[in-house]
Design a protein around this ligand. Structure first.
Ligand SMILES: Nc1ncnc2c1ncn2[C@@H]1O[C@H](COP(=O)(O)OP(=O)(O)O)[C@@H](O)[C@H]1O
Ligand SMILES: [Mg+2]
Length: 381
């Protein structure tokens, strides 16, 4: 058994999710005991710098180095803070870092991905061996480098009788399809990919509509007072990404401020108020998820398990349920895996797999040519 801390800040750039876990076993016999889960917000100025970089604002290498140090310091602080109430020694940290650029691969060119918050600085500041740069090895063997949580989903959430979809709704949405299975080996029919926008466009729209006073639509309460415009959502759903067969991954490079501007530009013809516009963007997230299932899964799941911040958006959940009926939409928390901490837990487990030289990617999901051990191990000096 090892005690490991997992750290991630996702595409929403809302803060660092940290999980402290005890891990044992290897793959289908993996066991994870969650001791603590916290989210540590970024200071607003740091968040602004990250969002500007993601949006393509030029940055000198000197400023990039300073930003990398600042992010690493926040991740190290998070790792120290989560240990305060659990002082027993921690063996390992798995830190995803903060993605600031992600370019999926093409037939001719490898993908490219950049996460800030370097592991050497985290290891030095926490005195704990730290695994980072988890996506690079998968990309080097032709993969998307994403989604990386799927292997954890397979190991912890497979059901003997029910086919399940685990649907993460972070800034971007991603799913893992888990066929019903009882075998103690990894199934070969599983699938997973990024479905498109999760909360990212909604968050950007709320910021736009409130002049930055609000950052998200809490519980979907604002959107729930509007009505989605089906004709407009249908036009948005024409985007190539939703038709692109898996494996596929995406980020703020596609679903970012420019994309929101395009959505805003197409809206006036439909005479919508702010609530209708937000309801329509929520509908885009819900329908893009369900369209992806209908288009690319071998069968519809018997159960959908939500996780990530969007699982708290009651209106989004209601729209997903309406489109998926009669398939039940629940959360991973309902089946024993903390829906807000799952991504952080995944990066703790990926670090554990790195330590034990067990591959962390699933080629069926990322499109990589083979399973590879993920991450760079940084030892404190
Ligand atoms: N109570 C809530 N109601 C609606 N949306 C929420 C709520 N809590 C979190 N969110 C959404 O979830 C996002 C963060 O989700 P998260 O899983 O951390 O995504 P990421 O992995 O991209 O950081 C927030 O930006 C917000 O849009
Ligand atoms: Mg987050």
């Amino acid at each position: 058994m090892q005690r490991v801390i997992g750290l991630i800040s996702g595409t929403s750039v809302d803060g660092i999710d940290a999980a402290l876990v005890e891990i044992s076993g290897r793959e289908m016999d993996l066991a994870v005991n969650l001791l603590a889960a916290e989210t540590y917000s970024y200071p607003p100025a740091l968040r602004e710098q990250i969002l500007a970089l993601c949006a393509g604002v030029p940055l000198s290498l000197k400023d990039l180095a300073a930003l990398d140090d600042a992010i690493a310091a926040k991740f190290a602080e998070a790792a120290l803070a989560i240990q305060v109430k659990h002082p027993q020694p921690v063996d390992l940290i798995g830190s995803h870092g903060q993605t600031v650029y992600h370019r999926p691969p093409t037939a001719k060119r490898l993908g490219y991905t950049l996460q800030l918050g370097r592991g050497d600085a985290i290891a030095q500041q926490t005195r704990i061996p730290t695994v980072t740069n988890m996506r690079a090895a998968d990309i080097a063997v032709g993969g998307q480098g994403a989604p990386l949580v799927s292997k954890l989903d397979v190991c912890l959430l497979s059901h003997p009788q029910k086919a399940r979809c685990v649907q993460n709704i972070g800034g971007i949405g991603n799913l893992t399809f888990l066929p019903a299975q009882t075998a103690q080996t990894l199934p070969d029919t599983l699938l997973g990919w990024d479905t498109g926008p999760g909360n990212v466009l909604l968050d950007l729209a709320v910021q736009h509509l409130t002049n930055g006073q609000q950052t998200y639509d809490q519980n979907g309460a604002w959107a729930a007072t509007g009505k989605p415009c089906t004709a407009l959502v249908d036009t948005w759903l024409q985007d190539n990404f939703f038709y692109q067969p898996p494996p596929k991954s995406t980020g703020r490079e596609l679903f970012g401020p420019d994309y929101l501007q395009q959505c805003l530009a197409t809206a006036p013809a439909y005479d919508l108020d702010s609530a209708d516009f937000l309801a329509s963007l929520t509908e885009l997230t819900a329908r893009s998820i369900v369209d992806n299932y209908r288009r690319f899964l071998p069968q519809m799941p018997q159960e959908v398990l939500l996780c990530g911040g969007g699982s708290h958006n009651a209106y989004l959940r209601q729209r997903l349920q309406a489109h998926l009926d009669p398939i039940p939409v629940r959360t991973t928390t309902d089946v024993g895996l903390h829906a807000d901490a799952k991504e952080a837990i995944a990066f703790a487990v990926l670090a554990y797999w790195r330590w034990h030289q067990i591959p962390g990617n699933l080629p069926a999901v990322t499109g990589a040519h083979r399973p590879v051990v993920l991450g760079d191990l940084c030892i404190p000096f």
